[in-house]
Ligand binder design. Structure first.
Ligand code: SAM
Length: 276
């Protein structure tokens, strides 16, 4: 059954690459002109650890904008994704921007990465909308730990699990729980038109399967895999990207819950270090 979930999600992501390339949200023209796709959150928290020659593995890199942004800051990067369309686009962008000497892209399901990629890295990085596609965080945590050098750093910036529980028709005055927090391994099936980066896009592969993972589900497997917790930050805002009507984009470009700008968690960051 897991294979069916992966197959549906893969078809959706392969199709999303073309939509995102043309979208305002991803602003590929701006990126080509030199803009970073990274947000101040990950630049402030991880940036000081990424310098000239830092080896960085980016899990679920989509079509490589964040991966290449780290390369522009001096890192030697490897981006991986299960979408062939994403990886082909990332390689083409790296070539076009003269970054292919320091950027490698690998086509792989994250769960099976050790079968196709060797080496160990100073940093393993992943961000914004990655965990909800993974059913098995035990295996994912093993993969993260596997690819870190002793003393290496894992960093994730991600949507807060609490934000993913709210019903689609929630309003600021009536924030209603619409989805389960404990999913016991079974994903939620969605069949929705459009795309988060372009709601008007005509999309064929509309069915996806997604999991909410609570903090225990995320952090416990990483601890068991030999990582030490450095920090867990919860934030009442998130970069643009969540398509919920109960959110608004504020003047600083961040999304917050209408009427709850300071008291509702929308994202988190987590930094852990491998023992050694
Ligand atoms: C929301 S995107 C990543 C976000 C990234 N920060 C961005 O906006 O460019 C999620 C990515 O996860 C990838 N993905 C989903 N399931 C995967 C899996 N099992 N193995 C590898 N990649 C996967 C998708 O192809 C997609 O590129």
């Amino acid at each position: 059954m897991l294979d069916d979930y992966l197959r549906a999600n893969l078809a959706s992501w392969d199709e999303a690459v073309g939509v995102h390339l043309d979208s305002q949200m991803y602003d590929v023209a701006g990126f080509k002109a030199g803009k970073t796709s990274l947000h101040f959150i990950e630049i402030d928290e991880l940036g000081p650890l990424v310098g000239e020659g830092t080896t960085l593995l980016h899990l679920q890199c989509h079509f490589g904008l964040d991966t290449l942004s780290w390369a522009r800051r001096g890192a030697v990067v490897t981006g991986i994704d299960f979408s062939g369309a994403g990886i082909a686009t990332a390689r083409a962008l790296a070539e076009e921007l003269g970054l292919s000497q320091r950027a490698t892209f690998v086509h792989s399901d994250v769960h099976h990465l050790p079968e196709v990629l060797g080496g160990r890295f100073d940093v393993v990085f992943t961000s914004w909308g990655v965990l909800l596609w993974l059913g098995d965080l035990e295996r994912w945590a093993e993969v993260v730990a596997h690819f870190l050098k002793p003393g290496g750093v894992f960093y994730i910036a991600e949507f807060h699990p609490y934000a993913l529980l709210l019903a689609d028709d929630s309003t600021p005055d009536s924030l209603r729980i619409g989805y389960p927090y404990f999913m016991y391994g079974e994903p939620q099936r969605f069949d929705e038109p459009g795309d988060y980066a372009d709601p008007e896009a005509e999309v064929q592969n509309t069915v996806t399967f997604e999991w909410v993972h609570g903090f225990a589900e995320i952090i416990d497997p990483l601890l068991r895999a030999g990582l030490r917790l450095d920090f867990l930050h919860e934030l009442p805002y998130t970069p643009e990207g969540l398509p919920f009507a109960f959110l608004e984009v504020c003047e600083d470009g961040l999304q917050r819950v209408k009427g709850h700008h300071h008291d509702f968690p929308l994202s988190f960051t987590l930094k852990m270090t491998k023992a050694g």
